[in-house]
Write a protein that binds this ligand. Structure first.
Ligand SMILES: [Zn+2]
Ligand SMILES: [Zn+2]
Length: 314
């Protein structure tokens, strides 16, 4: 009996073959979506500092070869069985939250962000550094027509992380909020903080980001090469929130004394080095340090909708 083989056109992918290995451009078969998954024709993928976790093998349990990329914008190209809410041709994104198991204790509480078996695109499965990727429906974010792929992609990790951390920070309009670092996370953090109505102090090393920080909405720029940032924040009454975006634990430690009463250092820049703090620094003034991981696809949807209404600079 004759059999027909359906030729599947190869695609190109940028993969890491082993921890510490270089990027390799390879040809692969276009992957097919399984049950509860869709295939996405990737149109844009942001580059995040956390991609280094895949490249250097710093995240536990990565299986290689692995294609990084968790700031993906594209078009649903094929849907797997059981998928009804997503259609071919629909514009979607995938961010850091690459899916949850729906069965662990946190998922049963509805806290999908803290799923014990959280999937991360580009870490748990191949991400957006390829022409086509497969993602579970739990990871998908609809992209509004008014946002281009290139503008939407970085909002799906750097954007949602800063937006979601700030909107849950407890700071009110008019409060002093400092954004440490004016990089991929920080330049979005400054814009969201400004749009939320905070008084924004941007903190960077060197004078070169001062003009950009002011343009993005900071009312003050603190150059840590010239000024002790903690003292500068105290002169302004102390920060209600300091959003630490640069992955530099020493720089984060030096900022804790810049917090005002009930102030909070929110850590989103990923580093493996310890933050140093003496208990007395936290006890006096009831200060706290909190980590924050990105958010669910629904949080990403909120981020995209908010960025669409704000004058956001990618
Ligand atoms: Zn990221
Ligand atoms: Zn779970």
């Amino acid at each position: 009996m004759a059999t027909t083989r359906i030729a599947v056109a190869p695609m190109r992918a940028a993969q890491i073959s082993k921890p510490g290995g270089d990027f390799e451009i390879v040809e692969r078969e276009v992957p097919n979506p399984g049950a509860g998954q869709v295939r996405i024709k990737v149109q844009a993928c942001g580059i995040c500092h956390s991609d280094v976790l895949t490249k250097e093998g710093k995240w536990p349990g990565i299986q290689y070869p692995r294609v990084p990329g968790h700031e993906v914008a594209g078009i649903v190209d094929e849907v797997g069985s059981g998928v009804s809410a997503w259609k071919k041709g629909q514009r979607v994104g995938v961010g850091w939250h690459g899916g949850q198991d729906n069965t662990c204790r946190e998922c049963r509480r509805g806290d999908f962000r803290n799923c014990e078996n959280l999937q991360i695109a580009g870490i748990s499965y191949d991400g957006g550094y390829q022409q086509y990727m497969v993602a579970p429906v739990e990871a998908l974010v609809p992209i509004p027509d008014s946002l281009s792929d290139v503008d939407a992609a970085p909002l799906l990790c750097a954007g949602i992380t800063t937006y979601n951390a700030l909107r849950h920070s407890g700071a009110f309009p008019g409060d002093l909020v400092a954004i440490q670092g004016i990089g991929g996370l920080g330049h979005l953090g400054v814009q969201f903080a400004n749009e939320f109505g905070y008084k924004v102090a941007a903190i960077g090393r060197g004078p070169e980001n001062a003009v950009l920080a002011k343009k993005l909405g900071a009312s003050v720029y603190i150059d840590t090469n010239e000024t002790n940032a903690a003292e500068a924040l105290q002169k302004m009454g102390g920060a209600k929130v300091i959003l630490a975006t640069a992955p530099n634990s020493k720089a984060m430690s030096e900022l804790i004394n810049g917090l005002g009463p009930n102030g909070k250092l929110i850590v989103i820049g990923v580093s493996f080095d310890p933050i140093e703090v003496a208990p007395v620094q936290l006890i006096s003034g009831s200060k706290s340090i909190q980590g924050w991981a990105a958010g669910t696809p629904a949080d990403s949807e909120d981020t995209l909708r908010f960025a669409k209404s704000a004058a956001y600079v990618p």
